[in-house]
Design a protein around this ligand. Structure first.
Ligand code: GRG
Length: 292
């Protein structure tokens, strides 16, 4: 399916990523190659596209949004590289091609993830197209939501829950941290660098939070019901790794209803924006039924 947000922004994001990830030839070229290998091609670019759209909705500067969007996609890509490692999810395929550690070895994959994470903050901190206090607040949110109090914390709960039964409350916290936090970051940073007020930042957070939850529940459903060809990665890994998912706790119909309810909450959070949100609403529905 096509959508203006993805069609217009994705090529810009890919160009920005290539620009911010180009380094002078060096003795450490291998790690730069691994960083670019994992970042290039295949990703849906949802987080950077959301950042750009929230910036547009709040009247922001496109250049500043693109720089922060590239930084956020670097953080997301680092998390995927590390998530695929044998010590974590042990996945050989990512974005339809061999995972970073399969292509470059575990040592370089770990370092490529580390370098992407640190370069993300270098890229964000170098943003001079938005007011310095907005850039500083954005960097603070990126660090808080990606680190121990955010995505990393969620990953830890996930690892510690393997082969154990957890309740819906813990699973919800896990998902909020592991999946929603980075999506919330995209939406809130888009508003922040555009100078939006608190009401709009809060609405963006609420939107990202609910979209993230719906997105993860749909991910769980697809892991159990889709084919590897359609997803570009192995399926059935949740069952294989004895993972607690929304599907195992709520059943297929319950998980579908939860995804539907979170999607509606995300859509209603958009009501405060005065700019046209038709394309964003269409993208939200498409993401929550994974037509992207
Ligand atoms: C290793 C610190 C650390 C964290 C790992 C990203 C992650 C946390 C785990 C990956 C597994 C997973 C199902 C995470 C939930 C978020 C999610 C659905 C990630 C995949 O994001 P997409 O679908 O990926 O946007 P693309 O490839 O399109 O960018």
């Amino acid at each position: 399916m096509t959508n203006r947000i993805i069609d217009d922004y994705k090529p810009l994001v890919e160009k920005a990523l290539a620009k911010y990830l180009s380094f002078e030839p060096s003795l450490y070229d291998t790690v730069v190659e691994a960083m670019n290998y994992s970042v290039a091609g295949g990703g849906k670019r949802i987080r950077p596209c959301l950042l750009l759209e929230f910036s547009r909705l709040c009247g922001g500067n496109r250049a500043a949004a693109l720089q922060m969007a590239a930084a956020l996609e670097m953080i997301h890509t680092y998390s995927l590289i590390h998530d695929d490692l044998p010590a974590m999810d042990n996945d050989d395929m990512r974005r339809g091609k061999p995972s970073c550690h399969i292509k470059f070895g575990e040592d370089i994959a770990i370092l490529a993830g580390d370098a992407l994470l640190t370069h993300a903050f270098y890229t964000a901190a170098s943003c001079s197209a938005a007011p310095a206090d907005a850039v500083q607040k954005s960097i603070k949110i990126m660090a808080e939501y990606a680190g121990a109090t955010g995505m990393v914390g969620g990953q830890v709960i996930d690892l510690q829950s393997e082969n154990k039964t957890i309740n819906l409350e813990i699973l919800t916290t896990l998902c909020e941290l592991k999946t929603s936090r980075l999506i919330e970051t995209a939406c809130v940073v888009g508003c922040l660098i555009a100078g939006a007020d608190e009401a709009h930042q809060k609405a963006a957070f609420r939107y990202g939070h609910n979209l993230g939850m719906a997105f993860q529940i749909v991910d769980d459903i697809l892991d159990a019901t889709a084919t590897a060809e359609t997803l570009g990665k192995p399926v059935g890994s949740d069952k294989e790794n004895h993972k607690n998912t929304f599907l195992t706790l709520l059943g297929l119909e319950g998980a579908k209803k939860a995804a539907h309810d979170y999607t509606n909450e995300a859509l209603s959070a958009l009501e405060v924006f005065r700019e046209d949100t038709t394309d964003l609403k269409e993208l939200t529905r498409a993401l929550c039924s994974r037509r992207f």
